[in-house]
Design a protein around this ligand. Structure first.
Ligand code: SIN
Length: 287
């Protein structure tokens, strides 16, 4: 794979032609210089999702690193760890079905200010399986016809957490002491609007901003009227040639930018345990 150029402090290798990169030469638990951190941030905006192997983060160093990207989210529905509410322990015990983050989505697109991105640290992973897929929504936008781009520029999409957080696998997580716990929140009933095409807040690059988990319909259109166009766009958005596939090892850190990518966790390791700690950085209103 080709090495990325224009980075002085990092060794960066793309993991697919569409997006994604693995970065070497940095210890995320250390006090990163401003130059090193700015290169990591730039790589995130260039590749959409970036990974680092063989890291040794504890909760405090994961939080300290995440805070360099911005303020941290305490999720209104998914309960964080007691001592660190901004960390969600994504625990899938052996013998259970994986259900958290399974299916294509952009984290918290149902917030009025959707999350900038997530920073995950893997503690325990299955010997095989449990990968995460990413799809580049800037590339998805670029591959639309001029006619459809023009139509979408005029459309606003409505997002809601309702279906995702009332599905059978979600209902099992309320008021339990299971490995992932949910708390009831009015946000599940909220309808939130975002442009169908967004401009990246930092680079200005345009991206499709629709996902099958949380996007319900286009503003001013009925759900039924919206369905055929949404179905086409969500399939288009995750075309194989827009994707990369991320394979975890214990000690791997992954970071992605929700304004650039959709992602999906795979549920293909029923007999194994997986423990990954997730911190999400607050985002801003999308335009
Ligand atoms: C998520 O944060 O959506 C889940 C990602 C994963 O478990 O791979």
């Amino acid at each position: 794979m080709k090495m990325a150029e224009n980075y002085k402090t990092l060794e960066i290798k793309k993991i697919s032609n569409a997006m994604g990169a693995m970065i070497k030469g940095v210890d995320l638990s250390s006090d990163l210089s401003e130059t090193q951190f700015e290169e990591i941030r730039r790589a995130l905006f260039e590749f959409g999702a970036i990974g680092f192997r063989d890291q040794t983060l504890d909760f405090d160093t994961q939080i300290a690193f995440a805070k360099r990207f911005g303020s941290l989210e305490v999720h209104p529905i998914v309960k964080g760890m007691e001592a660190h509410p901004e960390i969600i322990k994504m625990h899938k015990p052996a013998g259970h079905q994986a259900s958290f983050g399974v299916g294509w989505h952009s984290d918290n697109s149902f917030f009025t200010e959707p999350s900038l991105g997530s920073i995950l640290f893997a503690e325990k992973v299955p010997p095989i399986g449990g990968d995460t897929l990413f799809a580049n929504q800037q590339l998805a936008y670029e591959h639309l016809s001029d006619g459809l781009k023009q139509t979408l520029e005029g459309l606003v999409a409505v997002h809601t957490a309702h279906d995702a957080y009332t599905s059978d696998t979600a209902l099992e997580k309320y008021d339990t002491d299971g490995p992932i716990q949910y708390t009831r929140s009015h946000i599940i009933e909220d309808l939130t609007e975002h442009p169908a095409i967004i401009s990246h807040p930092v680079t200005g690059k345009k991206a499709l901003y629709l996902n099958p988990m949380f996007t319900s319909h286009f503003k001013g259109w009925s759900v039924e009227e919206s369905r055929p166009l949404l179905d086409f766009l969500v399939q288009h958005g995750v075309r194989d040639d827009f994707q990369c596939r991320f394979t975890w090892q214990a000690g791997t850190v992954a970071i992605w930018d929700n304004r650039i990518v959709q992602h999906a966790a795979l549920d293909d390791y029923p007999d194994h345990e997986r423990i990954i700690y997730r911190i999400t950085v607050n985002g801003e209103k999308l335009r």
